[in-house]
Write a protein that binds this ligand. Structure first.
Ligand code: SF4
Length: 261
């Protein structure tokens, strides 16, 4: 991955639901074939380090019209990207400032390392904090099926035991390839898990990547997935039923979830 340092004009990117998102780092090295950001030109292959994010966020939070607004971390990149946060500590510096301001915070992390545990004492001092862990990383699921640990699950459990509010997510589920059952079994039963369908268009880069992955790792499923991407109604209904069958029991629910304001 190429690392580029950049100064940004605004700390916050607003979502269509008017959520204030902050991305100290932009880009990701996980290489998930289903990643929804793959079609953003220039997103893949480069990490952007937003060197002035702390002062830009302080400007945003100091503005009276943004008083009390919940700050979300991590949409286009992991705020705890191990390759970057270990050296730059921009997420930690932002959180220290928000803790002093007592702002509500949500952190979304792909939890591919346990770096977030470095900040556990700080996290516990932030009021109204939620950590969302993304638990469908293919390499970690493979480890779990081999009887090894899933680092995102371990991190979720450690945070939960420390008193931090944690929500696990598993999206998308790829029927026949990944499912949430093993993750649910390894996750502390008190941590809610939110799952979702796969929202990928048949002619997209994500569909091409998923098919290439299946050809290599699950060749028997290629025809099924081709039919799914061609919108074959029986296959789509089969996939939908499968995902729904995993929800609404064992503290597992369908996305989306509502964050407290
Ligand atoms: S971890 Fe998330 S952001 Fe990174 S490639 Fe996978 S889906 Fe995309």
């Amino acid at each position: 991955m190429r690392i580029v340092k950049k100064e940004i004009a605004e700390a916050v990117e607003w979502t269509e639901n008017h959520e204030a998102y902050v991305n100290p780092y932009y880009g990701c090295s996980a290489g998930c074939p289903f990643c929804y950001w793959l079609n953003i030109p220039g997103w893949e292959g480069t990490f952007e380090v937003r060197t002035n994010i702390v002062s830009a966020l302080e400007d945003f939070c100091s503005c009276s019209e943004n008083a009390g607004c919940r700050i979300y971390f991590g949409s286009y990149g992991d705020p705890y990207a191990d390759e970057l946060e270990r050296d730059f500590q921009l997420t930690r510096q932002c959180l220290e400032m928000l803790q002093k301001m007592q702002r509500p915070v949500t952190i979304s992390t792909s939890a591919r390392s346990n770096l977030i545990l470095r900040d556990i004492d700080l996290l516990k001092q932030i009021p109204n904090l939620t950590v969302i862990t993304e638990l469908c990383r293919l390499d970690q699921l493979e480890r779990l099926t081999q009887g090894q640990t899933h680092i995102g699950v371990d991190v979720s459990n450690d945070l939960h035991r420390a008193g931090v509010r944690v929500i696990g997510t598993f999206a998308p589920i790829l029927p026949g390839i990944t499912d949430s059952v093993a993750v649910r079994a390894a996750l502390d039963p008190a941590i809610p898990l939110y799952i979702d369908h796969m929202y990928i268009q048949g002619n997209s880069i994500q569909a091409q990547r998923v098919i290439a992955f299946i050809q290599k790792e699950f060749p028997k499923l290629e025809n099924l997935y081709q039919k799914y991407f061609e919108k074959d109604s029986e296959t789509c209904a089969l996939f939908e039923r499968y995902v729904l069958s995993l929800a609404n029991h064992d503290n597992t629910f369908m996305m989306p979830f509502e964050e407290e304001t």
